[in-house]
Design a protein around this ligand. Sequence first.
Ligand SMILES: [Zn+2]
Ligand SMILES: [Zn+2]
Length: 670
Amino acid sequence: MNIKKAFETLIAKPIATLIAKPYAKQLLSGLLALVIVLPVVIVGIVHLTKTTKDAPPTETTLQTTLENTTPESTTPEETTPEETTTPPPVITIPDEFMEKFPTYDGDGITEDNVLVRVNIVTGPTENEIYAGEELAKYLTQKGVAVEDGGFPIFVYQDGLISEDGFSVSATLHGDDACMRIRGGNGRGVIYGVYKFLEEYAGVRYFTPTLEVVSESDIVLRDGNLLAFSPYFEMRRLSWHTVGTSSDWCAKNGINAHDGQESEVYGGKILYGSGLFVHTLGALSEYDGNNNGKADGSDPNPCLTSEEVYQTVLKNLRVKLEADPTVDIVSVSQNDNNTYCKCESCAASDAKYGFPSGTMLAFVNRIAEELEADYPNLVIDTLAYNYTQAAPTGIVPRHNVCVRVCSIRVCFMHPMTECNDAKGPNNVAWTKTHDFLTDLLDWGKICDRIYVWDYTTNFAYYIAPFSNFGSIRENMRLYYEHGVRGMFPQGNGQSISGEFGELRSYLLAKLMWNPLMTEEEYYTHMDEFLKAYYGEGWEGIRAFIDLTTELAGNADSCINIYEAPLNSITAEEYLQYEEQIEAWWNTAEALAGDRLEYVKRSRLQWRYIQLLLHPNDEACAQFVADVNSYGIRWAESPKNNKPLNEMFTNLYPVGGAGGDGPQDGQDPMNP
Ligand SMILES: [Zn+2]
Ligand SMILES: [Zn+2]
């Protein structure tokens, strides 16, 4: 407000002494309007001249603590993007926005700095207006009056702030009293509003249908209230219950998801249609489609073939011309380990040390070719199974992103302790290095690593997946190793019979702040449990604590397909069965109107009990109950049989069943 203060001292106050007070007030308002509106105009221009919504994080947020994750300076920069010659569009501020400019009567804040009356003024875009409406909605619920004459709150985009970042500041008293919520882009504006409400108004966005607004006063202070710049530029989530709600995602800082894209939330980071993952099979077809083949599972094409290259490039161009607004496209292997071993490919693999080098050479060439026409487009590829190990003698171009997939690790222990899951017969999955070594190796050559992480058991969606002890530590580790984007994949296919909603909430919180303390983490967990499960929530917390502890035992490693009793054993469950049963009974008894939530999450325990005490009648009832919720048993369509058959398949006769690997089998090389 320095500019305004200068105006006030040099111009407004002397003039005000000469003319009647109402006019001075208007003049002051006009000057304030200039100060506030000017950045809005500039920001509008900055925002609209950008050709994509790509969101590079600020450098300060991505400094890694490990020296060896710094990319080498050999990153090729052969081509520079062409300068755009299109003049920036002129944004005019609508008259009604000017007319709305507030006068403040000085009574919006009490002597104790409690907010009681506000007047919300927003920038002109759909996104800014919506952000203001949301702010008004929640403040009204808090009993704060929203009306002319109230304490001014300005909500607008400010290009000086990093993408997805925001700043909230306030001057509580005096002639220039106001609060400003400024976002670096549309998402930053909406995040600024929602996080302000979370921090200062006690609002919680637990699920798309469960929010809590505390009754506490909103107490402000002078100066900076909040300032944020994202730790991860990509924050993606696929849990079904929340991951298809753009609204919940915006409220929880998720900027990439399976829900609708919406301008009011500032849009999302957009993958090209059909270009999210496992694309090379389709892209190497003559028309860019799978043509009735299995979904992304056909063998991988020859990556040293000029014909394949030209076909993939042509198909990508067709898709990009159809939708030039996309931010990122994936040129990545199909979901199997079948890759070309022709003489030329084998020579290339040998040259780079691993097949990942052949893949990267192909992707780099595509990325270089597309850059002239799509200078802000990111081309991603996977480091997954046979391409998990980083190559030597080649580095990703600056417009290439490598998504490193943690599919082969143990998820019960933090990666610092244990990062190479063994199958039940102690057969290691990873053929080359452990995951952390590969992640670090990629970090040496790539400055845009995203991690595709796994947060459920994909062969047993209903079983407990007791990773609550490791997800916080792993998220911190990813951030500290220079990872710039996260995708914790979950059960995105149906609602959860386990802890899908809780897990989503915590994962969103962790992607927002991967450096949170253990105490903060469990505070978030307890707040959720209390709101979601009602008065008996402590029994559920006890169940989580016990299973987390048991899954943390040294011999409890499991990957994402193993039979649940390979982690916490039948003997261990039997030892605590009576206690666990009592916890769930109490939780149900005290649940009140949360009973359905408790019953649905209890399915995981009922499932374990059926494994401990097989019983046809109880099994039939269980299958019917799961069916009534529409819950899937496993990720693969292979398990989409009549439910009674599926349960039989999942029965632990002779070890793992369902879609998971059999004992000792490498699921990547069955
Ligand atoms: Zn080949
Ligand atoms: Zn382990």
